[in-house]
Design a protein around this ligand. Structure first.
Ligand SMILES: NC(=O)c1ccc[n+]([C@@H]2O[C@H](COP(=O)([O-])OP(=O)(O)OC[C@H]3O[C@@H](n4cnc5c(N)ncnc54)[C@H](OP(=O)(O)O)[C@@H]3O)[C@@H](O)[C@H]2O)c1
Length: 377
């Protein structure tokens, strides 16, 4: 039997897949979008090469991974009846990590997050019907807490239906949690809500650059339109993946919902920029919070440009509310249950910044080795 994992070609999903295989000896059923088996294996190799040398990847592919080529937005993921039956009968638990993070697109969030999650729930129901579903884990987000200011939010007071959301992503992810609770009442569940997932504390390399771009954009400014004493809740991806994998495989968890975040230990902008400035032998930025209004207008204007600056500004535009709400997410549950804490961002931010600048925000992917057999050779 295997864990069905969605989103393994994505940033967090690849970390979770690697962790499950390397640290927990798990077998995986993976949903991968691809036109043919060759493309599916190649896409998986791209996602996992940050974690595994090709030799180990290939060994896992042969022995512990079953790829199901499908799409969340299609009925039964677009699988044939035989493949769907095989998926149902070989899955004993589910980790749903895939999502659309396109904060600007109602359509994409509706289709991938709502319709997609409903398809995963339907698989969970089928699996539960035939042989029992051990656990349904869902990777949600702290964004479900909606609009906030200067707060410490606990797991139990995050969902507030009377509160507005910042964007369609937050709104649809909030409803995903609701669907899972309503439609799978008798299945053991874990809802994971990561905060801003940025970088791996073990290495400088990353394959995900969206938040990094916004961070590099801000780190390069001599003045910042922020309050220096505001805290920003950033968490390292290795902590998130480890928490998801460890709690998912546990027989019983203490809670059904966990913030995967830095919580009260979140650092302030001043702490973060001071450590970056020290690492570069530079002066830190000046904080001018009253410039937030003009800065936001300038970002909105620049975000229409079709160049690198425009792309950076477009990202800033969607992330800005999450950078100025000075809200952190209590992580007592996960830190107590795992017996460890996330690594402070200041301890690994400089190598991440350096790597991203050096590679111009593109991971130097290794192609599938020419000499190896298998369908991708
Ligand atoms: N990154 C963060 O800071 C952060 C913070 C809080 C919560 N989260 C949550 O963490 C999860 C993973 O985020 P991430 O940063 O790893 O995102 P990501 O790198 O964009 O990965 C998204 C994954 O979802 C898959 N996916 C998207 N649409 C799909 C579809 N129609 N059918 C099948 N698969 C589809 C993607 O497949 P393709 O490779 O084929 O596109 C990819 O594997 C999400 O649930 C997100 O809400 C992320």
């Amino acid at each position: 039997m295997a864990i069905f994992l969605t989103g393994s070609t994505g940033y967090i999903g690849a970390h979770v897949a690697a962790n499950l295989m390397q640290d927990h000896g798990a077998s995986l059923n993976l949903l991968v979008r691809a036109r043919d088996p060759h493309e599916a294996e190649d896409r998986l190799w791209h996602a996992l090469q940050l974690h595994l040398p090709f030799k180990h990847f290939y060994e896992y592919l042969q022995t512990r991974v079953r790829i199901f080529r499908g799409d969340l937005t299609s009925e039964r993921f677009g699988l044939s009846t035989d493949d769907y039956d095989r998926l149902v009968h070989t899955t004993d638990s589910i980790i749903h990590c895939a999502a659309s993070l396109n904060r600007k697109s109602e359509k994409s969030c509706l289709n991938v997050n709502l319709r997609g999650t409903l398809e995963v729930i339907k698989l969970g129901l089928q699996t539960d019907h035939y042989h029992g579903l051990r656990r349904f884990s869902h990777v949600s987000t702290v964004a479900v807490a909606g609009k906030r200011q200067d707060e410490v939010v606990t797991e139990d007071n995050a969902i507030d239906w009377d509160r507005s959301d910042y964007d369609p992503y937050a709104r649809t992810k909030k409803f995903c949690e609701h669907m899972i609770r309503q439609l799978l009442p008798d299945v053991p569940k874990t809802i994971f809500r990561p905060s801003i997932v940025l970088g791996d504390s073990r290495r400088a390399e990353t394959t995900q650059f969206d938040m990094v771009r916004a961070f590099v954009f801000l780190a390069g400014l001599p003045t910042l339109p922020l309050r220096g004493r505001d805290r920003v809740d950033i968490v390292n991806v290795d902590f998130v993946a480890d928490a998801v994998a460890t709690l998912h495989v546990k027989e019983q968890t203490q809670y059904d919902t966990y913030h995967l975040s830095s919580g009260r230990d979140s650092q302030t902008y001043k702490q973060l920029t001071a450590s970056l400035a020290a690492a570069q032998g530079k002066r830190g930025p000046v904080y001018l919070p009253f410039l937030e209004g003009p800065f936001t207008s300038a970002v909105n204007l620049i975000s229409n440009r079709k160049n690198a600056l425009g792309r950076g500004a477009a990202l800033m535009k969607v992330f800005m509310p999450y950078l100025t709400f000075n809200t952190v997410f209590d992580n007592t549950r996960v830190t107590q249950e795992l017996g460890r804490k996330p690594v402070p961002f200041s301890q690994y931010s400089f190598p991440l910044l350096k790597f991203s600048r050096q590679t111009n925000f593109a991971y130097p992917y290794q192609p599938w080795p020419a000499k190896v057999g298998g369908s991708a050779a």
